[in-house]
Design a protein around this ligand. Sequence first.
Ligand code: FES
Ligand code: FES
Length: 160
Amino acid sequence: MTFFTLNGRSIEVDAGGDTPLLDVLRNHLGLKGTKFGCGLEQCGCCMVLVDGAPEKSCGKALSTVAGKSVLTIEGLGSPEHPHPLQMAFLDEQAGQCGYCLPGILISAKALLDQNPVPTRREIAEALDDNICRCGSHIRILKAVERAAVMLRAGAMRAER
Ligand code: FES
Ligand code: FES
């Protein structure tokens, strides 16, 4: 049994410690938002945050997240309360098939949590491990820039 925090809730999972976290998320817990792409830690489709850091869940054993906090795309926002990143991606229509986007949104969240005013180069570097086969890169970069502006505006409103 492995205990960890998933999207803010404490959970226990009855699976072998060497089971890939991606398998646990999708097939044991039914969270299908995190995608299987290459299975070889090459495409970033399966990105999740582990204690705030982006990690490829296809190559991460369940045992390595014991006692840690995992965030998946399901924990980022909801249709009722979308995260500014999700709103910005919709505004920019950033993506075609959308398969890469859960991983990209997670990597972008990790960046903006650390760096609220990233340059376009810094955004590109933060997304370097995420492949978009549809070639939506320019709109994705614009969407992250838009989300950064939205988040900063929200933070200023909260301070007033
Ligand atoms: S499925 Fe994990 S990096 Fe491609
Ligand atoms: S939108 Fe299709 S892979 Fe990125």
